[in-house]
Design a protein around this ligand. Structure first.
Ligand code: HEM
Ligand code: ISQ
Length: 156
């Protein structure tokens, strides 16, 4: 599916506006995921291993992890437009496929995370939010997920 320059611009613009509140955003994103799917908490080793008396917002790995999902989706949007396909650099698709397969991430989880991602953006930049912006993020996320799932299906 084609990804237009306008769609890329909508994703990049909103991500740039959200970055300054990155911490708060990351925490909200994670909390939203666990609100919808409480059992997903068990998938994350750094949450499973941390004792119950360390609150989520104090977990050092949580913020970085949630922000990676945002930045990779944004990066995916840029590359979809530039190259016409998903390319991610930080950690390659094979590694992402392996990690998510190993930790037991299921199809429903990808939908929960997509919903949480879109809601988090909507609340972060209400003045910018539009049906077009939603569609652009959804498309960038869906295509990134399709690429990750492809790798999950054929683990080495
Ligand atoms: C780990 C990105 C979807 C659960 C990771 C890592 C990245 C990442 C970059 C760390 C890579 C590594 O350790 O090799 C993404 C992206 C997603 C996505 C870009 C969608 C576009 C999901 C979904 C779930 C999930 C839907 C399930 C709720 C996990 C878990 C880990 C992980 C459990 C391992 C965390 C740990 O170290 O314990 N993800 N993820 N991810 N992701 Fe995702
Ligand atoms: C998916 N993978 C890694 C980290 C995440 C944080 C929040 C929501 C989804 C995630």
């Amino acid at each position: 599916k084609a990804f237009s320059e306008e769609q890329e611009a909508l994703v990049v613009k909103s991500w740039n506006a959200m970055k300054k509140n990155a911490s708060e955003l990351a925490l909200k994103f994670f909390l939203r995921v666990f609100e919808i799917a409480p059992t997903a908490k068990k998938l994350f080793s750094f949450l499973r291993d941390s004792s119950d008396d360390v609150p989520l917002e104090k977990n050092p790995k949580l913020k970085a992890h949630a922000l990676t999902v945002f930045s990779m989706t944004c990066e995916s949007a840029v590359n979809l437009r530039k190259a016409g396909k998903v390319t991610v650099k930080e950690s390659n698709l094979k590694d992402l496929g392996t990690t998510h397969f190993k930790y037991g991430v299921a199809d429903e989880h990808f939908e929960v995370v997509r919903f949480a991602l879109l809601e988090t953006i909507k609340e972060a930049v209400p003045e910018m939010w539009s049906a077009e912006m939603k569609e652009a993020w959804k498309e960038a996320y869906d295509q990134l997920v399709a690429a990750i799932k492809q790798e999950m299906k054929s683990p080495e």
